[in-house]
Ligand binder design. Structure first.
Ligand SMILES: *[C@@H]1O[C@H](CO)[C@@H](O)[C@H](O)[C@H]1NC(C)=O
Ligand SMILES: *[C@@H]1O[C@H](CO)[C@@H](O)[C@H](O)[C@H]1NC(C)=O
Length: 355
């Protein structure tokens, strides 16, 4: 009985409001709301810092300036066994950016070093990867603590490439970069003819390569990404225990292609040092990378980190002069910034235009 009545009511309604689609819309008294945009994918950025006090202010400054909603970014940071001020610096930064990011995690490594540095790094990177998977991050960005991502759009640009594993080509003071074009049968670097045209931007695009390292973005939503690992190495792996070689091998076994992209300029990295070079040499190399990047980009240290002014000297000279025309304030600013990074004390002298 009830059903019959409901049916009748429906017919009555249909009869009363029969008409075009527009008539029905006008029944809603308010304007129809547009669908809201989709939120950006969730990214986990991993920071592994060891003896990085010299690079952290600029490195974190680049992270600060990423043009990507911070509430869609989580930070996973690990630092240990520092002989410099890295731990305190990273902690200060994490404390001050706390409210900006979706989530911050700080991990402390084991008290004692395992037998090799590489094993230790492999474990830390694997822990970061696990954290990304457990938190259902869409992407994980690995970026070494001395790589400077000067292009604030790098995340959006790399995501738009729609690739599982993609690295932004980074520049250095020489031909070194964060990718290989060839690999020996033992998994080591091999120079091939493809390298130079890509490194020198003669060919532009995204290229399949056997190795990317230092900075890369992994799409965790891809099925193939699940098999990728830094630790433990793949059962068939028999080469050196090196984090980047182990990871590249796992990608190959999982049929995940690595890509390097050079459509844009994305950032800088220092040239790696030999194992017998000292921390002072590393600091100096990093200062050169920073000043190099400053030529093209306004590179500032993170505002969320107190950086004590670097001690300056005159390199053994009686006086060092910086001669600059007052109307070229941009150049003056850049020069003063560079001198500060290099720890050089100069007196500013105003230049005059010739007669
Ligand atoms: C170490 O870093 C902390 C945090 O940025 C800072 O407060 C402290 O002064 C630094 N210490 C030295 C010796 O530079
Ligand atoms: C991205 O790649 C996937 C699979 O490779 C494809 O299904 C999808 O349509 C692509 N998306 C865009 C926007 O090209």
């Amino acid at each position: 009985m009830l059903f019959a009545r409901a049916g009748l009511l429906c017919i009555w309604f249909a009869a009363a409001f029969a008409g075009t689609h527009e008539d029905l819309v006008t029944l809603v008294q308010e304007p129809v709301r547009l669908e809201s945009p989709i939120l950006k994918p969730k990214v986990l950025i991993t920071i592994l810092a060891r003896n990085a006090a010299h690079s952290l202010p600029y490195y974190l400054g680049c992270i600060d300036r990423l043009d990507y909603p911070k509430d869609r970014i989580a930070i996973w940071a690990a630092t240990d066994h520092n002989t410099d001020n890295s731990t305190a610096m990273l902690q200060e930064w994490l404390r001050r950016v706390q409210g900006h990011y979706h989530r911050l995690t700080q991990t402390r490594g084991p008290k004692h070093w395992p037998s090799s540095r590489f094993t230790h790094v492999m474990r830390l990177r694997q822990a970061a990867l696990r954290a990304g998977r457990e938190r259902w991050a869409d992407y994980i960005l690995f970026v070494d603590s001395d790589n400077l991502l000067t292009n604030p759009h790098v995340l959006t640009l790399l995501m738009a490439e729609n690739l599982t594993l993609v690295a932004p080509m980074l520049e250095s003071r020489n031909l070194y970069s964060n990718f290989w074009c060839g690999m020996t049968p033992q998994g080591y670097y091999k120079r091939t003819l493809d390298y130079m045209p890509i490194r020198q931007w003669k060919r532009l695009g995204c290229f399949p390569v056997p190795m990317v390292h230092s900075t890369f973005l992994l799409d965790l939503r891809r099925h193939g990404s699940r098999a990728l690992a830094f630790q433990p190495p793949h059962p068939d792996y028999s080469w050196a225990l090196d984090d980047i070689m182990v990871f590249a091998f796992s990608a190959r076994q999982a049929d995940v292609q690595m890509y390097i992209c050079n459509r844009e300029h994305y950032g800088y990295l220092p040239v790696p040092l030999n194992t017998h070079q000292t921390l002072e040499e590393e600091v100096e190399s990093c200062a050169h990378t920073i000043t190099e990047a400053m030529i093209e980009y306004p590179l500032e240290p993170s505002q969320y980190l107190y950086s004590p002014p670097k001690p300056q000297d005159k390199m053994g000279f009686d006086q060092i002069y910086l001669i600059n025309l007052k109307r070229r304030l941009d150049r003056r600013q850049r020069m003063l910034q560079s001198l500060e990074v290099l720890g050089i004390e100069a007196s500013l002298t105003e230049a005059v235009d010739g007669p």
